[in-house]
Design a protein around this ligand. Structure first.
Ligand code: FE2
Length: 321
């Protein structure tokens, strides 16, 4: 049986193995963070989140852990709010003991650090042919914008409720977004769709997207035409949140023709259309669910029961004996 910390560490290990930058880049990241920490004046060291030394995704971590629970059942959702924490408490009272609540989207300090989880985007942009000086400057602007957006939020409200009700809590954001990114890359490479229409058909083989379509949010072509060829495509499935609108011009210049993403900002649509890119939006909650499912399956394999909530489209890929 595994502990709350071991559950999170499993997601971290899987997330790092699937990181689009590769493990070498993560090692370099850790080296940089270690030097930053060592160089800090003593007065600043107490504010340094020590997690940074071992976790490259600050939008994901354990928020509450009583330190003794062995995990047999988890309540897992895409968005965890006060309602889901109360739900866990109610289920506990009804004898369905929830050992930890696992959210996807960042909560508490993981939300406050969302901007830092965007770091991997620069290397992803570069791997698609955007020169690093452009990639880094374009990203820096957007990271600052996201940072200013989250700073005033009351990000600890849900964590407070969980503390009062003694509910263990974590969220796994970029750790599982990396999983859907890797899954989708391998899947599309295998299917090798020629046109936008072929790619849409391929996406509809995936049960999470089938269910999303039944519920009204199936994959959608936001720009382009089913007859258009895919050309070189890239995935926007991980990296904290949407990139800067400025990156689409660079992508087009670098020879990318098609973007396959979870979601896109309205203000980016103008850039996408100006630069004639095809955009296929697979779906937000369905894609987040796919990433979470790949992680939750590993818990299921370890005998842990997964109770879905909070928008999670739970699909198990564990082969039943
Ligand atoms: Fe998301």
């Amino acid at each position: 049986m595994i502990t709350v910390k071991q559950v999170f560490d499993l997601s971290l290990k899987m997330g790092m193995a699937a990181d689009p930058r590769g493990l070498q880049a993560i090692k370099k990241h850790f080296n940089r963070v270690k030097h930053q920490y060592n160089d800090l004046p003593a007065a600043e060291k107490e504010y340094f989140d020590i997690n940074r030394l071992t976790n490259p995704y600050l939008d994901s971590s354990v928020l509450i852990d009583d330190g003794t629970t062995k995990v047999k059942r988890v309540l897992a959702g895409i968005d965890i709010g006060a309602g889901e924490i109360l739900l866990a408490s109610q289920l506990n009272e009804r004898g369905k003991k929830i050992d930890v609540v696992i959210g996807h989207h960042p909560l508490g300090k993981n939300l406050a650090y969302l901007d830092e989880a965007m770091e991997l985007q620069a290397e992803v942009h570069e791997s698609h042919g955007v020169p690093i000086h452009l990639a880094e400057k374009i990203l820096e602007e957007r990271v600052n914008e996201v940072g200013r957006g989250i700073h005033p939020m009351n990000h600890y409200q849900v964590v407070n409720i969980a503390e009062l009700l003694h509910i263990n809590l974590m969220n796994t954001h970029t750790t599982t977004d990396n999983l859907v990114d890797q899954f989708m890359y391998n899947f599309l490479k295998k299917r090798a769709p020629e046109t936008v229409g072929d790619l849409m058909k391929a996406l509809m083989e995936i049960p999470e997207y089938q269910q999303a379509k039944r519920l009204g949010t199936g994959p959608k072509i936001f720009a382009g035409n089913p007859k258009h060829r895919i050309g070189k495509f890239l995935l926007e499935m991980t990296g904290g949140t949407n990139p800067s609108s400025k990156v689409y011009e660079q992508y087009s210049r670098a020879g990318i023709s098609t973007i396959v993403g979870m979601h896109i900002r309205e203000q980016s649509m103008e850039a996408v259309n100006t630069h004639q890119l095809n955009v296929i939006i697979a779906g937000h909650i369905s894609s987040d669910s796919l990433g979470m499912n790949l992680f939750l399956d590993e818990l299921e394999k370890r005998g842990i029961e997964v109770v879905p909530c909070g928008g999670l489209i739970r699909v198990s890929r564990v082969k039943k004996k």
